[in-house]
Ligand binder design. Structure first.
Ligand code: FES
Length: 136
């Protein structure tokens, strides 16, 4: 899991919005100048966040918006071909993702608020960006 850098923390959601092994908070980001989505969820008390992009085929993984965990709430499961990922660190643990892993996004939780940290690869959507459908 990446550690926060000297990047400015971006507010994400209230801590209370992330129930243990519950629905994820999904938000828009820019990855390598392309629009994408990321998600954050709480697992074993800790907030983890990843790019919503499977390591098998670069597609979004949630089977319903914000629903990434399997029926037992143990693994992050890709809804397309069933790749399973360890929620704690994003590594593939089964299925067609091989030795791949999810792209982790650094988060921090303090004073009842969750923040994420942009990196060289994952940036916030510019304030004046067009809606994601038309984003170049
Ligand atoms: S696209 Fe995720 S397992 Fe194939």
């Amino acid at each position: 899991m990446p550690e926060p850098t000297d990047a400015v923390a971006e507010p994400l959601c209230a801590s209370a919005d992330l129930a243990e092994r519950g629905r994820a908070f999904v938000w828009d980001v820019v990855v390598w100048r392309q629009p994408a989505r990321a998600f954050a969820l709480r697992f074993d008390g800790r907030v983890v966040a990843y790019l919503n992009r499977c390591a098998h085929v670069p597609t979004e993984m949630d089977w319903q918006p914000g629903e990434f965990l399997d029926q037992d709430r143990r693994w992050i499961l890709c809804s397309i071909h069933g790749a399973a990922y360890e929620p704690a660190d994003g590594r593939c643990v089964g299925g067609p993702c091989g030795r791949g892993r999810l792209m982790a996004i650094a988060t921090e939780e303090r004073d009842g608020q969750v923040y994420w940290y942009p990196s060289r690869d994952v940036q916030p959507v510019p304030f004046d960006a067009p809606p994601p459908e038309r984003f170049p």
